[in-house]
Write a protein that binds this ligand. Sequence first.
Ligand code: SF4
Ligand code: SF4
Length: 367
Amino acid sequence: MTGECNSQCRYCFGEAVDDFEADSSGSEVDYCLPKTMNYDVDLLAGFCAHDPECVLTFYGGEPLLCVEEIKEIMDGVKAKGFMIQTNGLLLDRLEPRYVNRFHTILVSIDGDEELTDFYRGEGTFKKVIENLRLIKRNGFMGELIARMTVMEQTDIFKQVTWLLGNDEFQFSSVHWQLNAGFWNDFARRDFKNWSEESYNPGIKKLVKFWVDHMESDGIVLKLYPILGVTQSLLGGEKKSPLRCGGGWINYAIQTDGHIIICPTMWGMKDYYLGHIRDSDPLKLKRVFVGEPCTTCDIYGTCGGRCLYVNITKRWNDEAYSLVCATVRNLVDAVTEEIPRIRALVRKGGLSMEDLEYAKYNGCEIIP
Ligand code: SF4
Ligand code: SF4
């Protein structure tokens, strides 16, 4: 919808300000994209009409800066479903008759008030929670996913469990992504210490907590990274394609109507895959990750984590191996718990259907 945003978060705006050496892996970049969509909604309607499974996700920047355009699209395009990824600050600006049509809302929140406001600016947490309570009161019944960005100040176990059970607002779905590999920032980060001493042990604890909860309450909490990996390992999936769907089942449409692999590749002309005016959504080129993922021993389970990072390689091999170590840690932690999960299935306390989740809904699975 737009590249503009009404927040100045540390891991996005803050990083962009510090990232003087921004490169795009040699790709020519179009820095003059329109601020908001400049194509006719009928073009989008025609494009979507080719795909009976078309689901549109509103994305930015902050998509709710474009409330009128969102309404125009929801009124004018016949899609199977609509979703939104938002920072939540402007959710009160969109009337309930539109909000209640979203089958999923991913709202950016990093955990409790102190941490969320540290990353996202003072007052963010209170406003977002106020808006979430409002949309619930107004009848929103879809899936609401807390979408965390995590980095060195995050205690992953503490913050995820806080989001699940607290007095302010309880989420039943949580997803998180590591701020790792997206900027030229490794040298000024403390990623090695944090990932090895805090994040990786926290994930092990979280996986155990997740299975404990299944055993005690018979409920599968929708912790997307754990759920996604568990389903693959239990179901014996040999090879998962990139789990966010970017470049093969999920595509992004720029404000000028060009189709790209994913919103992070905004303006990178070498990766334009067509234009909505004359492309068929079912025949778009598919783009997959390359080395080092393709020869990695856990590629089948990981799926490659992130195409953008794989292409731009902003962290060198040594730095990125720490990110891969977090993936390995997650896979190992789940693998260790598989016998306990299988035992639950055997005893009838859990079925494979309980582990189902909506795929490619903006949760990348591998953080
Ligand atoms: S663990 Fe790392 S190298 Fe292996 S597939 Fe995942 S991102 Fe690629
Ligand atoms: S994980 Fe997927 S959607 Fe996210 S930035 Fe990477 S390629 Fe894009």
